[in-house]
Design a binder for this molecule. Structure first.
Ligand code: NAI
Ligand code: MG
Length: 357
């Protein structure tokens, strides 16, 4: 029997509630399988600011590097968000991504058929199905480029990409496309930006190494539009940091709620970092009504990407689908149709557990 070590960081607000449901599912997988999971909890974000006045400390960062995978909830809240840049709860997650060199951000977007009514798109569009994967470059571009400064008259951000940074994220994109439909869409702004011209040049060069993948390109503004008009035409999308941030939030709407979407941040070495894409939702924190499905699907991604447990990951995803088919809905995905069973966070977690085979 193999033992896997997982660091668990629930964070703040609903991060705490939804992570608890994710952990429950992990324990259920452990009971049904030969694997054993050793969980160690760490305090990060606002909760750590209250204790030590920092969002994450050096000992935690060093300790995290020794785990097999990291499971994270969400951080933040009005009590701490006005602190200076670099000292807010969110600085904890930004530092983790950079220190782990997690340059690959995977955001699968899937609309479960039971939730068609929760999506704002017309039936004629969504009934064709929405199941796509956004691969966002996470450690380059505008978020980290230098120089970066601001005074009252002028502000500068720098968008910079090296060939190396572009190649490594595109390589992941080609491989992911090969494992899915064989189609890779690279999104850029090649008509305007130098970084995008280099991005496209590198993509075209690399296409020769992946003859089994059909590469296409789309400008980011056109991609934003087509995600809404023809979401079924998308499969694997690879793009730079800022474009990926915006497109993935846009795509999240397609799935019915932020509370449905998991994500993974991966590097070439070191543990993967797994988190729901939503934040700590102060508006509903402490009410026990947050949707735990994003956190539960995050556990499935952790098993798939860090431990190569594809069967276990699939069983979790099928359990979520089955619970939705049974009518279970947290408030964010309830649409008032007959047959819906409105659930609290814990009830939704139990419904998924009950469907796990
Ligand atoms: P948010 O994602 O926390 O909430 C946006 C809206 O979606 C809210 O109305 C919320 O109630 C709803 N929502 C989000 N997740 C939900 C769930 N699981 N179930 C039901 N409803 C859900 O984003 P917001 O409000 O912009 O930020 C709140 C705090 O979270 C801030 O402090 C922000 O900095 C932090 N944040 C943290 C992130 C992280 O830790 N990775 C990511 C995004 C925001
Ligand atoms: Mg975002």
């Amino acid at each position: 029997m193999s033992t896997y070590r997982i660091a668990v960081m629930p964070g703040d607000g609903i991060g705490v509630d939804v992570t608890a449901e994710g952990v429950r599912v992990l324990r259920a997988i452990e009971e049904k399988s030969e694997h054993s999971f050793e969980l160690t909890e760490f305090t990060v974000g606002g909760a750590l600011i209250d204790q030590k006045d920092v969002p994450i400390d050096d000992e935690t960062v060093e300790a995290l590097k020794g785990f097999d995978a990291l499971l994270y909830g969400a951080v933040g809240g009005p009590k701490w968000d006005s602190r200076p840049l670099g000292q807010t709860p969110l600085a904890a997650i930004l530092r983790m991504r950079k220190e782990l060199d997690s340059y690959i951000n995977l955001r699968p977007v899937k609309l479960f058929p039971a939730l068609n009514a929760a999506s704002p798109l017309k039936d004629s569009i969504i009934e064709k199905g929405i199941d796509l994967l956004i691969i966002r470059e996470l450690t380059g571009g505008l978020y980290y480029g230098q120089p970066r400064f601001r005074n009252s008259e002028r502000a500068v951000d720098t968008m910079e990409y090296s060939r190396h940074e572009i190649e490594r994220i595109l390589r992941f994109g080609f491989k992911a496309a090969k494992a899915r439909s064989g189609k890779l869409l690279s999104v850029d702004k090649e008509n305007v930006l130098e970084t995008s011209k280099l991005w496209r040049e590198v993509a075209l060069e690399m296409a020769g190494d992946f003859p089994e993948v059909e590469l296409s390109h789309l400008l980011v503004d056109a991609a934003a539009m087509r995600l809404i008009t023809d979401p079924d035409k998308f499969d694997v999308i690879v793009t730079e940091n800022t474009f990926g941030d915006i497109l993935s939030d846009e795509a999240a709407v397609l799935a019915g709620s932020l509370g449905m979407l998991p994500s993974a941040s991966l590097g070439d070495s070191g543990p993967g970092l797994f988190e729901p894409i939503h934040g700590s939702a102060p508006d509903i924190a402490g009410q026990g009504i947050a949707n735990p499905i994003a956190a539960i699907l995050t556990v499935a991604m952790l098993l798939r990407h860090s431990f190569e447990m594809e069967a276990e990951a699939r069983s979790i995803e099928m359990a979520v689908e089955a619970a939705l088919d049974e009518g279970w809905r947290t408030r964010d995905i309830a649409s008032g149709q007959s047959g819906e069973r409105v659930a609290t966070t814990i009830e939704m977690g139990h419904a998924v557990l009950g469907c796990l085979v």
